[in-house]
Ligand binder design. Structure first.
Ligand code: PLP
Length: 396
C-alpha cells in the first residue's frame, strides 16, 4: 500500500467502478430455474412455492414456513397472527429498518422502543424489561447485521410476562446460535429475501414457526383470510368465503424457483462473506478509531452487514468518512437512522432525540462496508486500502 491523497481531498479514486455495499449474486442455475418455473403449469401459488417453503423449514429445523411477498409483509401478518391490535404495546429496537416497528403500527398497536446493547447492537433485555406494562403484548427483536441478539435474555423477559416474540431475522438467514439455526426460536421468526440480503428472490419474505395454529393463521392471512373449503358446502366447489381482513401476499413460483436455486449456493455465499469479514477484521484491528463488530458468542452467524463504528480518534467524523469512501467509488451505507429520529414516530408517538442514549452513541459512528457474495479479493483490498489511507491522511 502506498500513501496517496484520498479522492475526497483531491486524489484519484481508488476504483474506477462503484463497489456496492450489498448485491445479489445470480448464476446460470438461477436463470434456468426461473425459466423452468415460467414454463410450468403454475406461475404463482404452485408447487415450487411449496417446495421452497419445505426446504426452508427443513434447513431451519421447524415444522412450518410461510412465504410472503417481502419481509415487510411477513412482519405484517406475523403481527396479525400474534393478535396484536389497538391498545396493545409492542416493544422493539430503534436501531432497525422501519418495517420492524410496523409489526405494531400496521396492526394499530403502539410501537414501544427500548434501548440496545451496544455490543450486539440489538435489544437489551433489561431495557425491554423496563418498558413492559400491562398493555405489552409482544417483543420484536432484530438480529442486527446477522449477529444474534441476546436470545436467552429476551426469551426470559417474554416468559416473565407471557409475551409473544416475533424475531426479525431479515439480516440473519443461514446463521446458527447455540447449536440451532436462526429461525428455530419461538414464537415466529421472519426473513427477507430482498436482493441485498443473504439470499434473494427479488422481493420476498418468509415466516417460520413450530406452532401449527400460528402457521394456519399466517397462511390464511397471506391469502385474503379465505376459507377455500368451508364446512357444509362440500357439493359447491366454487364456495370460498373470507373470514376476516386478509391480504394478497402470495408469492410466485418464479420467486420460489429463484429462492431454491439460491439455497443451493447458501454455503458458498456464507463462506465468501466469512472470508471477507476475516480480512476486514484483521486489517482494521490495528487502525485507531475503528470499532469492528463484536466477536460472535456461541454462534456461527451469517452476516448480512459488516458495520464498523468510526470513533473520534480516527481523525474525521462518520459523515466525512462516508463521503470520503463514496469519493473512492466504494459504496458504504449507514444502518440505520434510529426510528425515534423519524418524523412519523415523533409525530404519531411522541418520540424525540435523546431518548435512547446507547442507540444514539452507536449510530453516531456506524458505517456498513461492502459485504456480499460477489466481492473478490481485489475489492476487499480496495476497501481496506481506502480506509487505511484515509486514516494516514488524518493522522498526519
Ligand atoms: C431489519 C429489517 N427488517 C425488515 C426489512 C423489510 O424487508 P423487505 O425489504 O423484504 O420488506 C428489512 C429490509 O430492509 C430489514 O433490514
Amino acid at each position: 500500500m502506498t500513501d496517496r491523497v484520498p479522492a475526497h481531498y483531491g486524489g484519484d479514486p481508488i476504483r474506477e467502478n462503484v463497489l456496492g455495499y450489498g448485491s445479489q449474486s445470480i448464476g446460470e442455475d438461477e436463470k434456468q430455474a426461473v425459466v423452468e418455473a415460467l414454463e410450468g403449469d403454475y406461475i404463482t401459488r404452485g408447487p415450487t412455492v411449496d417446495a421452497f417453503e419445505e426446504r426452508v423449514a427443513d434447513l431451519v429445523g421447524v415444522d412450518h414456513a410461510v412465504a410472503t411477498t417481502s419481509g415487510t409483509t411477513a412482519l405484517h401478518i406475523a403481527g396479525r397472527a400474534a393478535g396484536f391490535g389497538s391498545g396493545d404495546e409492542v416493544i422493539t429496537t430503534p436501531l432497525t429498518f422501519v418495517s420492524t416497528a410496523h409489526v405494531a403500527t400496521y396492526c394499530c398497536a403502539d410501537p414501544v422502543f427500548a434501548d440496545i446493547d451496544p455490543h450486539l447492537r440489538s435489544l437489551d433485555p433489561d431495557a425491554v424489561r423496563e418498558q413492559v406494562t400491562e398493555d405489552t403484548a409482544g417483543i420484536v427483536p432484530m438480529h442486527y447485521g446477522g449477529q444474534p441478539a441476546d436470545i436467552d435474555g429476551l426469551l426470559e423477559v417474554a416468559d416473565e410476562h407471557d409475551l409473544t416474540v416475533i424475531w426479525d431475522a431479515c439480516h440473519a438467514f443461514g446463521g446458527s446460535w447455540n447449536g440451532e439455526m436462526i429461525g428455530a426460536q419461538r414464537d415466529m421468526v421472519m426473513f427477507s429475501f430482498h436482493p441485498v440480503k443473504n439470499i434473494t428472490t427479488g422481493e420476498g419474505g418468509m415466516i417460520v414457526t413450530d406452532d401449527d395454529e400460528l402457521a394456519e393463521r399466517l397462511r390464511r392471512l397471506r391469502s385474503f383470510d379465505m376459507d377455500y373449503d368451508p364446512d357444509g358446502h362440500e357439493s359447491e366447489p366454487w364456495y370460498q368465503v373470507t373470514e376476516g381482513l386478509g391480504y394478497n401476499y402470495n408469492v410466485t413460483d418464479l420467486q420460489a424457483a429463484l429462492g431454491l436455486a439460491q439455497l443451493d449456493r447458501l454455503d458458498t455465499f456464507k463462506r465468501r462473506r466469512d472470508e471477507t469479514i476475516e480480512q476486514y477484521n484483521e486489517a482494521f484491528a490495528s487502525i485507531e478509531g475503528i470499532r469492528t463488530p463484536s466477536e460472535p458468542v456461541n454462534s456461527d452467524p451469517m452476516y448480512h452487514l459488516y458495520a464498523i463504528e468510526v470513533r473520534e480518534d480516527f481523525g474525521c467524523d462518520r459523515e466525512e468518512f462516508v463521503n470520503a469512501l463514496h469519493a473512492e467509488n466504494i459504496g458504504v451505507q449507514v444502518h440505520y437512522v434510529p426510528l425515534h429520529y423519524h418524523p412519523y414516530f415523533q409525530e404519531e408517538y411522541g418520540y424525540e432525540r435523546g431518548m435512547f442514549p446507547e442507540t444514539e452513541r452507536v449510530y453516531e459512528g456506524l458505517v456498513s462496508l461492502p459485504l456480499h457474495a460477489k466481492i473478490d479479493d481485489g475489492d476487499v483490498t480496495d476497501v481496506i486500502d481506502a480506509v487505511q489511507q484515509l486514516r494516514t491522511y488524518h493522522a498526519e
